[in-house]
Design a protein around this ligand. Structure first.
Ligand code: HEC
Ligand code: HEC
Length: 362
């Protein structure tokens, strides 16, 4: 019982991760085009869109989701390691959010099991926005335009709860999809890829073996793997990042967080020794917009990432050296680029003013 209470979230996640990683797949892994857009509640998604850009969800009003998930960068932030909330620094790269609805595991270490929960963590965690649900509800009541959108989304009367904020942002995220890439057109039998990218696709599925982990509509198996990506130097150099990392371990119930150095990934969540240093396989769409790469932004270019996989990864990696020729590596990069559609424009809502002080009812 005490075990359950102490680490119930981690224990639950561990069970789910273990179950997903042992489920044998009967069929060979495939590349599949993106599914049709999801059905959403338009009023909630619209409220969510406004809240996504709203800095007053953060404790000190300094940042919104869009501060770290920038639409013109595929909703990533271009930094190797993300900034944290004021006074902190984070220890991982901010992932892009397009088609995030299709992910079975969220966060690099897979601790997120659903979108609403991931949004809740982003808003409430002292590491990201340091928000407080009750204060957020009160602030929105004082912003007439947002409050009107809220009533439209959740009804004129009834209780206003922080959870409705998280739900509506998740609803907005559900509307964000990658556009169709040249690879989707080729898979759908409409047109063919340029010859170098086509060669890259054949290598990806064949000799280079990428498809073993990168398959399905996002090109991710959603499971943990260890490639031995070296830690980012800033993690060790910058005490604020080390503090964030060690407190993340402590919050997730790791027995001896202080002895750890470096990012142990999925192991901190599921405590499965075999997953030390593993990260959930990222998807491969839209990479032209989301450099730098890997859980810690160690590599600036796709060439570097392909070279790293070709070498068989770093210490303790599951990968084996591929010994591809320079031409084959270029072909793989061309295929990865053909998975990146141009970004669709995202309309950023205007800033909504607070109710003038003399109109606040007390
Ligand atoms: C201070 C920067 C920062 C802010 C602000 C921020 N995020 Fe994030 N977000 C991150 C980082 C970094 C991660 C990866 C965390 C990890 O894997 O440990 C992440 C992960 C996520 C994920 C999981 C993505 C995936 O592919 O697994 C979602 C969803 C998300 N954020 C949504 C949001 C939303 C919605 C907001 C606003 C409510 C928000 N974020 C605010 C930095 C930020
Ligand atoms: C054993 C499973 C596995 C195989 C096989 C594999 N990858 Fe990966 N790939 C991963 C994992 C896991 C990561 C993230 C590693 C990390 O951040 O520590 C990754 C990261 C990447 C990234 C960076 C994505 C991003 O958003 O940062 C690219 C690009 C990539 N792989 C391409 C390839 C290509 C091309 C091949 C074939 C040559 C391949 N992968 C083979 C598991 C695999």
């Amino acid at each position: 019982m005490s075990f359950l209470r102490k680490g119930s979230r981690a224990a639950l996640t561990a069970c789910i991760l273990a179950a997903t990683s042992t489920a044998a797949s009967a069929q060979p892994p495939l590349l599949t085009p993106l599914p049709a857009p999801a059905a959403v509640n338009p009023a909630r998604a619209e409220l969510g869109r406004h809240l996504f850009f709203e800095p007053r969800l953060s404790g000190d009003g300094s940042r919104s989701c869009a501060s770290c998930h920038i639409p013109s960068q595929g909703f990533s932030d271009g930094e190797p390691l993300s900034r944290g909330y004021n006074g902190t620094e984070y220890f991982r790269n901010a992932p892009g959010l397009l088609s995030v609805r299709l992910k079975s595991r969220l966060m690099w270490d897979g601790r997120g099991t659903n979108l609403v929960g991931a949004v809740r963590e982003m808003v409430l965690s002292g590491q990201f926005m340091n928000g407080n649900a009750e204060i957020i509800v009160e602030r929105i009541r004082q912003i007439p335009h947002l409050f009107m959108l809220w009533r439209r989304a959740f009804g004129e009367s009834g209780e206003r709860r922080g959870d409705q904020v998280f739900q509506s942002i998740a609803e907005y995220l559900t509307t964000l999809d990658f556009g169709r890439s040249p690879v989707d057109s080729a898979l759908g039998g409409e047109g063919s890829l340029p010859s170098l990218a086509d060669e890259g696709m054949r290598l990806f599925k064949g000799k280079a073996g990428c498809i073993a982990c990168h398959h399905g509509p996002l090109l991710s198996d959603g499971r943990p793997h260890r490639l031995g990506v070296p830690d980012h130097a800033a993690l060790v150099r910058d005490p604020l990042r080390t503090v964030s990392l060690l407190s993340h371990y402590a919050e997730n119930g790791l027995a001896n967080p202080m002895v750890e150095r470096g990012d142990i990934g999925v192991y901190a969540i599921n405590k499965n020794g075999g997953d030390r240093g593993s990260f959930i396989t990222p998807g491969l769409r839209g990479l032209s917009h989301t450099a730098p790469y890997m859980h810690n932004g160690r590599y600036d270019s796709l060439d570097e990432v392909v070279d790293f996989h070709d070498r068989g990864g770093g210490p303790g990696s599951e990968l084996r050296p591929l010994r591809l020729t320079a031409h084959e590596r270029r072909a793989l990069v061309a295929f990865l680029q053909a998975l990146s559609p141009p970004l669709q424009d995202v309309a950023e809502p205007p800033t909504h003013e607070y109710l003038p002080v003399d109109r606040i009812r007390r």
